[in-house]
Design a protein around this ligand. Structure first.
Ligand SMILES: NC(=O)C1=CN([C@@H]2O[C@H](COP(=O)(O)OP(=O)(O)OC[C@H]3O[C@@H](n4cnc5c(N)ncnc54)[C@H](O)[C@@H]3O)[C@@H](O)[C@H]2O)C=CC1
Ligand SMILES: O=C(O)[C@@H]1CCC=N1
Length: 278
């Protein structure tokens, strides 16, 4: 059981998913603290999860062992610099910001030797079905690596990458990935309704099918391609549908989309990694 004091800086969509997952994993609410400037967002987090919320850093960081930076990448430099004077030396920094490199964060914090873990989680963390990749800087101790891993493992799968550049690919696949599957669900539900199914029937059939396919693929010893072939009877219905999808360029579309997302992560890192005040 994690006994650390965890402080989130930023309580938006991704922080909410992580907090909800940690609470569902039975982490006591007293251990979770959130600094969030938007009153409504702050109040909703306190009401939904019973955690303690603040509108500014003040003395909240004292005794924190894990500080999770969950603000937009564009805000990160300003936020880290503002926290520098009150940063507790023992704390492990975990940043979930897309694109931003650990050495830039270390420079902005300006505390020699700070342990920094870059994490790329995803919103299914809320239902403890997240997938998170982690990268640690060389200042991170084995115990701190284990701590970061146990926080993220409470909300789903954790995978370490040892090359920071790979975090851009991770961001494009699993960070952004839930949106791709939600888009496919939207498109399938719309098609089902076009074919005359009632909205709720369309919704349930599409979502349960997505869930079943993912569960089966995870539990099967067969590849996704083999499982697909098992559904596709020669001369049958699936074959017609797959033909349409492949004719429409599905593979190329996914490749383009995912490469574009990874490039955007890299671009964010380069643009926002510059110092604003130099
Ligand atoms: N939404 C997602 O699926 C994922 C997001 N991320 C990363 O998580 C980070 C947050 O993204 P979202 O939660 O989607 O954004 P969001 O906009 O929902 O949340 C950011 C929150 O930070 C707050 N904030 C702004 N300035 C602040 C300050 N000075 N101190 C404390 N809080 C402040 C905002 O009021 C807002 O509630 C981003 O860096 C993003 O790259 C990573 C993985 C997945
Ligand atoms: O869209 C974004 O930039 C963030 C990072 C991964 C998911 N959401």
């Amino acid at each position: 059981m994690i006994q650390d004091k965890i402080v989130f800086i930023g309580g938006g969509n991704m922080a909410r998913s992580l907090i909800g997952g940690l609470i569902a994993d039975k982490m006591p609410a007293e251990q979770i603290h959130v600094i969030e400037p938007q009153t409504e967002t702050r109040q909703r987090l306190a009401a939904d999860f019973g955690i303690t919320v603040y509108n500014a850093a003040d003395t909240v960081l004292e005794e924190a062992t894990v500080i999770i930076l969950a603000v937009k990448p564009q805000m990160l430099q300003q936020v880290i610099k503002s926290l520098s004077p009150v940063w507790p030396p023992q704390a492990l920094m975990i940043s979930i910001a897309a694109g931003i490199h650990t050495d830039d964060m270390a420079r902005w914090l300006n505390h020699a030797g700070t342990a920094i873990v870059r994490a790329m989680p995803n919103t299914p963390a809320l239902v403890q079905a997240g997938a998170t990749a982690l990268f640690a800087n060389t200042q991170t101790s084995t115990a701190q690596r284990q701590l970061a891993e146990s926080v993220m493992r409470a909300v789903g799968l954790v995978i370490w990458v040892e090359n920071e550049q790979q975090m851009d690919a991770v961001t494009a696949i699993s960070g952004s990935g839930p949106a791709y599957f939600f888009l496919v669900m939207e498109a399938m539900q719309a098609a089902a309704m076009e074919l005359g199914l009632p909205e709720e029937t369309a919704r349930l059939l599409c979502l349960e099918t997505a869930f079943g396919a993912a569960k089966m693929a995870l539990e099967s010893k067969h590849s996704a391609a083999t499982l697909r072939h098992q559904v596709t009877s020669p001369g049958g219905t699936t074959e017609r549908a797959i033909h349409e999808l492949e004719d429409g360029g599905l593979h190329g579309l996914f490749e383009n989309a995912i490469v574009a997302a990874a490039l955007r992560a890299r671009e964010l890192g380069h643009q926002l990694g510059q110092d604003n005040d130099t």
